[in-house]
Design a binder for this molecule. Structure first.
Ligand code: ADP
Ligand code: MG
Length: 322
């Protein structure tokens, strides 16, 4: 019975009507109609308590973030979100927690008219797995493998904010000022860059979302495109809040290796520069040119004085790395 009322609470809060959902929550499977001329993009991400968010994070923020990190993957593919499923593992049947969680999830889902069409509810250590489904016109998905030598490298928004917020929590810093609150918001309520991803169809040669840190994620584009990249550290975009609370050295480390920002990193062929400039009006965030695709492999970072930055231990987050 408890399981049924939890599912019911989620279902009520996440009610979104879409014509392409022929049958949603309630049967053994959802029945969904894919529009003609589009390809289906599917992506899954799991959040584990204590690994992907601090254990005392508010349920509403966990709900938002569980969906946001998944929508960020759709953004990086250039997809429009349509449907999601939610596999929820809970230590206890805490209805208040589930209601708050579902409210956070629903706040973001409604922004994209995304329908929750199914899921599973089980008992165990707090773990949330969301699968999202979105559409891209046939052949137009943005891939990691399309970057070419000479393309420029761009990022949306600002970098390092979420990792800075996490550091503030760990340091027991004063969290009451505007800058701290702005950084914590970036950690707990990331904004998936869907509008930017859609606007980049036909313009970006490659794209990825920055979930593990710019160096690591641009590194994936390089590996899959068989190219190298050079970043200019002075061009990395920083928020006012990051600038207010961290010195230049700390800032660089956070911008290059901090995870959880969910910005997009993308590459643009030189002949598409004018098209990109026009498409920027459709972004709900800015974008900055931060470097260039080169021959060779791996990512190099140039300091303002022209010298190359040593990158000894600067790596993104990896599971199973220790
Ligand atoms: P089954 O035994 O067939 O797996 P369940 O009792 O697990 O069915 O689920 C009943 C219905 O509720 C299904 O349509 C399922 O997709 C949906 N559901 C279960 N858990 C969730 C959840 N956490 N979020 C959304 N839908 C859910
Ligand atoms: Mg089930």
């Amino acid at each position: 019975m408890a399981e049924f009322s939890l599912i019911q609470a989620i279902r009520e809060r996440c009610a979104v009507t879409r014509d392409d959902v022929r049958l949603g929550i309630g049967d053994d499977g959802a029945v969904l109609a894919i529009p003609g001329g589009f390809e289906l993009i599917v992506s899954t991400d799991t959040l584990v308590a204590g690994v992907h968010f601090p254990i005392n994070t508010a349920a509403e923020e966990i709900g938002w973030k569980a969906l946001a990190v998944n929508l960020s993957d759709l953004a990086a593919m250039g997809a429009m979100p349509a449907w999601a499923t939610l596999a929820l593992t809970l230590p206890v049947a805490d209805i208040d927690w589930v209601q708050d969680f579902a409210d956070g999830f629903a706040q973001l889902a409604r922004q994209y008219q995304l329908a929750l069409v199914g899921g599973d509810t089980t008992q165990g250590p707090l773990t949330i797995t969301v699968t999202v489904h979105g559409f891209v016109p046939t052949g137009q998905a943005l891939l990691r493998s399309g970057a070419r030598v000479g393309d420029t490298v761009w990022v949306t928004g600002t970098l390092g904010d979420a990792a800075a917020g996490l550091q503030l929590l760990g340091d027991n810093s004063d969290l009451g000022n505007d800058s701290s609150m702005a950084l914590l918001k970036r950690l707990n309520r990331p904004s998936p860059r869907i509008a930017a991803g859609v606007a980049l169809r036909g313009i970006a040669s490659a794209a990825i979302d920055v979930s593990d840190g710019l160096l690591a994620d641009l590194g994936h584009i390089c590996t899959q495109s068989c190219v190298g990249a050079e970043l200019a550290v002075a061009m990395l975009p920083a928020s006012a809040a990051l600038g207010a609370l961290f010195d230049a050295d700390q800032r660089r480390g956070l911008q290059l290796t901090g995870g959880d920002d969910y910005e997009l990193c993308f590459t643009v062929p030189r002949e598409k520069t004018a098209a990109l400039a026009q498409s920027l009006v459709h972004f709900d965030c800015g974008a900055a040119c931060v470097g260039e695709i080169t021959g060779g492999d791996g990512v190099r970072v140039n300091k303002s004085d022209g010298g190359e930055m040593a990158l000894p231990q600067l790596r993104g987050f990896e599971h199973f790395s220790i």
